[in-house]
Design a binder for this molecule. Structure first.
Ligand code: DX5
Ligand code: ZN
Length: 222
């Protein structure tokens, strides 16, 4: 099972995003955090910025929508060419319908769960999603501490994915460092978002390699 490292450009230099994208070209996907100041108490950017960044990015985009009313906005990101679009379970009245819509446009469909959201209702819906994102911090801000209390949820998901035989990526996001990535890999994650740990490093490419090595060493042979 391959390890994927997705740096979050929330921690990048917003005055030099094209250059910042070039510094993480050895990663797998670019994690793009969209916040609307309603679903979370913070605001980033929207479709025009993502569309333009896609034109200059060496890597495909893993879009994470922390917004209300994803039914209104998520398809636009898929149409713009995002490789994957992940919306929050807490914000969607019909996650299966939205995931089907995203897949029909050609994007991978992801569902995200805040730390307090129960995973149980989604275990039987795994076939509808390409990725489940287990938030390891409260969404809204970079640079927060990893919440190990979310790991049992990840283990439940990893067991369910394994017994289903489906290829659903299990992503963690928030507080991922060389230390915490080991905990998440052992619990069954295979797709790791890292913002500050990558962009605050002197050499982001070296940090990506260190994160990848740490995760690979602790990934279960599924
Ligand atoms: C938080 C965002 C994360 C954030 C992670 O709400 O979804 O993607 O950028 O940042 P770090 O890795 O600094 O916790
Ligand atoms: Zn994110």
């Amino acid at each position: 099972m391959p390890t994927r490292i997705n740096p979050s450009i929330l921690a990048a230099d917003f005055a030099n995003l094209e250059r910042e994208l070039g510094r993480i070209a050895s990663a797998d996907l670019v994690h793009v955090d969209i916040m609307d100041n309603h679903f979370v108490p913070n605001l980033t950017f929207g479709p025009p910025v993502v569309e333009r960044l896609l034109q200059v990015s060496p890597l495909p985009f893993d879009v994470h929508l922390m917004i209300e009313n994803p039914e209104r906005w998520a398809p636009g990101y898929a149409e713009a060419g995002a490789f994957s679009v992940t919306f929050h379970a807490e914000a969607s009245p019909d996650p299966v319908a939205l995931a089907r819509r995203l897949r029909s446009i050609g994007a991978r469909a992801g569902i995200a769960l805040k730390p307090g959201t129960d995973v149980e209702p989604y275990l039987e819906l795994l076939a509808e999603f390409d990725q489940v994102l287990v938030m390891t911090v409260e969404p809204g801000f970079g640079g927060q501490r990893f919440m190990a209390s979310t790991m049992p949820k990840l283990s439940r998901l990893a067991d369910a994915v394994r017994s289903s035989g489906l290829d659903v990526w299990l992503q963690v996001d928030g507080g991922i460092t060389e230390e915490t990535i080991v905990i998440a890999a052992e619990a069954g994650a295979n797709t790791f978002v890292a913002g500050s740990s990558v962009f605050n490093a002197a050499d982001p490419a070296e940090q990506i390699a260190r994160l990848r090595a740490a995760a690979d060493e602790h990934t279960h042979a599924h």
